[in-house]
Design a protein around this ligand. Structure first.
Ligand code: CU
Length: 284
């Protein structure tokens, strides 16, 4: 990490763990240094003006003000730097994030359904197909309203609070909400997206470091907002397969029942003998 990036650390940013994160860090870092320079510049100017135009020295008001070209040049350069930041960095980076999604086959697709005050995850299971969901099936043990009559949903995996993903594979998360507007924010992945009732909003990232990362809700969504946290665990492919298997067994054991939420932030215990990195066994 170069010394200029220290400002991000100073601001409390957790280390980046996603493939695109360094671009986000770069722009945050640049903006803060630029804002820092502006702050020092304007503060100095303000103090200078207070002293230079004090009443004792200037008993009569001057109605013409500054006439030199310096202020025009200064203001123009500020506008220029801001335009470069916006048009040269921010908008292209944003466009890349929203237009260049990884191909569907390569990526792991997960549905994230927010509710007051937790995040639910819906994975398609070994058959690769998401089961039908309908609000009329929602109960405490079926938080996503999975249709019990839909065969595609029999092997689906539903978890609350904790999601596991494999390292170095793009993840597409489709965000939606059951009640109010939430925001799915994974600071270490440098990704956030609003979860809005009635909308399906895809975001994507590629985790590049295994570990346990905090997920938080970034929209003030009600009284329990402060506690709306979860965990994203980035596993090796072997550990991920083991987790999938474990979840599939749970889903098979209690049809349609949601596994109990895991405590946030708890590190994932090392799972049993690593299965070959092939796809999960069929028929969960
Ligand atoms: Cu929320």
């Amino acid at each position: 990490m170069n010394s200029l990036a220290l400002i991000n650390e100073f601001l409390g940013q957790p280390p980046n763990a996603s493939s695109h994160g360094y671009q986000i860090d770069h722009i945050i870092e640049f903006c803060h240094w630029f804002m820092g320079a502006l702050f020092v510049g304007w503060s100095t100017f303000f103090i200078f003006v207070l002293i230079r135009f004090r009443k004792r020295r200037q008993p009569v008001a001057d109605y013409h003000g500054v006439r030199g070209p310096i202020s025009t040049h200064l203001e123009f350069s500020v506008v220029l730097i801001e335009a470069v930041l916006l048009l040269g960095f921010a908008i292209p980076l944003w466009a890349k994030r929203v237009n260049q999604f990884p191909p569907g086959k390569e990526a792991l697709l997960v549905h994230v359904v927010a509710q007051q005050f937790s995040f639910n995850y819906h994975l398609p299971g070994p058959d690769g197909q998401f089961g039908r969901r309908d609000a009329s099936f929602v109960t405490n043990s079926n938080p996503l309203g999975l249709d019990p009559n839909d065969p595609a949903g029999k092997d689906d995996i539903v978890t609350t609070g904790e999601l596991h993903v494999p390292v170095n594979r793009p993840v597409i998360a489709e965000l939606s909400s059951k009640d109010v507007i939430h925001d799915y924010f994974v600071p270490a992945m440098r990704i956030a997206g609003d979860a809005i009732p009635g909308s399906l909003i895809p975001i994507w990232f590629t985790p590049i470091k295994t570990g346990s990362y905090e997920v938080i809700c970034a929209q003030l969504c009600g009284l329990g907002h402060y506690g709306m946290k979860g965990t994203l665990v980035v596993d090796t492919p072997q550990d991920y397969q083991a987790w999938l298997k474990e979840r599939a067994e749970l889903a098979g054991g209690a049809q349609g029942a949601a596994p109990s939420p895991s405590p946030g932030g708890a590190p994932q215990p090392q799972s049993k003998p690593p299965a070959p990195a092939a796809s999960a066994s069929p028929g969960g």
